[in-house]
Design a protein around this ligand. Sequence first.
Ligand code: FMN
Length: 170
Amino acid sequence: MDFYDVVRSRRSIRAYKPAPIEPEKLDRILQAGRLAPSACNLQPWAFLLVTDPGTRKDFIKVYKQPWLCEAPVILVICADTKKAWKRWDGQEYWQVDCAIAMQNMISAATAEGLGTCWIAAFDEPACVKLLNLPAHIRPVVITPIGYAAETKDPVADRLPLEDILHRERW
Ligand SMILES: Cc1cc2nc3c(=O)[nH]c(=O)nc-3n(C[C@H](O)[C@H](O)[C@H](O)COP(=O)(O)O)c2cc1C
């Protein structure tokens, strides 16, 4: 799929078929995340894949929407906060690095014909407990990956460019 077709057709999918994902597709998606850029190339991320049906069911404690557990794969993008770059004023960038890796994987999944959904509104302590994450590993974002059980039109509901584009000065 052409890059611009991926950008236009990627939508948040909130209904999944139980069909498994072909391992080669999942591998290409994860490789796309691995190849993402990061501040100082520190790559402060870890990708946690959950496919076990029991653990997926337990995600209801982490995010209260059953459609997450219905996808055959749940991917949790974690930040290694010890590894991550910090700007001289103390601003931390691990969320940015992880978001870039996530978007690469979401775009790759779209190109593979698979559905995803960014999930940030999850219960972090419940996620840490369920996945046994050490203190320096922070879950940043979660996505289900699977074949969509709903169809959505290409992206349309966005602000027009003239509302968000500034030239030279604010
Ligand atoms: C950082 C981020 C966090 C999000 N968190 C959630 C979430 O917790 N639950 C959810 O259902 N959708 C979540 N979304 C999806 C947005 O609601 C969705 O991207 C937006 O409404 C545009 O719709 P579209 O993705 O179908 O184009 C999130 C998206 C982003 C980028």
